[in-house]
Design a protein around this ligand. Sequence first.
Ligand code: SF4
Ligand code: SF4
Length: 347
Amino acid sequence: MKKHKIKKRDLAKLLSEWSNEFTILTPSRAEGATKWTKWDGVDTTFLDWYRNTTVPPKALFLPAMEEMFSFHRDKEGYHIEAPLLDTPKQLVFGIRPCDARSLALLDMTFRDAYEDPYYLAKREGAVLVGLACTRPYDSCFCTSLGSSPDDSSHVDLLLTDIGDEFLMEAITDKGNKLLTSTSFTETAGKAAETRAKESKETAYRKVTRKINVEGVKDRLLSCFDNKDYWEKVALKCISCGICTFLCPTCYCFDINDEFIKNHGERFRNWDSCAFPLYTKMPVENPRPEKWQRLRQKVCHKYEFYPMNFDVIGCTGCGRCIRLCPVNWDITLALTNLPAKAECEQEK
Ligand code: SF4
Ligand code: SF4
C-alpha cells in the first residue's frame, strides 16, 4: 500500500477536498467535553490540543439517543412509517487506534445473531483516518492488550506526526483511494519513514500502565462468586454510569415510545448496567447490588467477550479510569484479582 506525506499547513486543504465526498468529523471542544463533530471547513487547531475525545466515536454509530422509526394512529389503527436507515458517508479524521479497535469490537456484537441495521448502515458508509498517538494518558494501557499507539489494524489510513508533516500510510483499499484522490500529498521518502518509526517507538514507551491479561478469563470465572472481593472493588463506586456511557465498547441501550396526539416515535438511548434501575422496566434488575453491577462491567469485557468472540472487549483507552468521579480503576480490579486457587478454595 502507498505511503505519502503531507505538510501540516496543507491539512485544511486536504480535508476540504475530501469534504466534497464525505462529511468530515473531527475532534472538537463543546459543553465542557471533547467529542466528534462536523468539521467547520477551516479549523485544524484541534491538532494542538487533541489527545483523545471524552465522548468515544461509538456515538457516531450508536448515538446517545436515536429515533428508530415513527408511527401514527388513525381510524384503521396504527401505521408504522419507514425506519430511518441512513448510510451517511462519514470520514472520521484523527481517530485513535484504540478507538478504531473499539468499533471493530462493537461490530462483533452488532453483526452477531441479530444484525442491527441502524448501526451497520452508519458503519458501512464510514472511513476511518487514524492518527497515531504521540501523547498517551497515564491511564492508557493499550499495549497490554496487544495493541499500540500506532496500531493500524482497524483504520483505513494512518497518519503519524513527523514534525511539520504527517506520514500517511494507506492500510485498506478505501485508504488507498483517499490517498490517490488528493493532490496535496507527495510520496514519502526514507527520511519520513525513519522519523515516523522514531515517533511511534517513543509513543510506545510512554504507555507505562501495564496489566497482565494472561488467563484473565479463567481467573474471573473462578472468582465470579467471590463476593468479598467484588464488594471491596465496588466500595467507592457511586453507580453514576460514566464508565459505561463513555466506554467505547459499552453498548447497552433502552427502547422507548413517545406518543402524543396520534403521532409517535420509537427511539433508543444509551443505558448502563451500572444503574440500579437497569432492566427494571421489563423485569427485575438481575444485579441489584452495586458489587454485582461493577463485576458485570469487568466481566463483560474480560470474561464474556472472550467467551463469545475470543477477544477481550476492552481497548485499554483508559476513559473509565480518568473520567470516573471517584477514581475507580479497572486495572486495579484486574491486577488485584485473587489467584484462581484462592477463589476455588472459598467455594
Ligand atoms: S464511573 Fe466510577 S463511580 Fe461511576 S459507575 Fe463507573 S466506577 Fe462507579
Ligand atoms: S473498559 Fe475502560 S479502558 Fe476498557 S475500553 Fe472501556 S473505557 Fe476503555
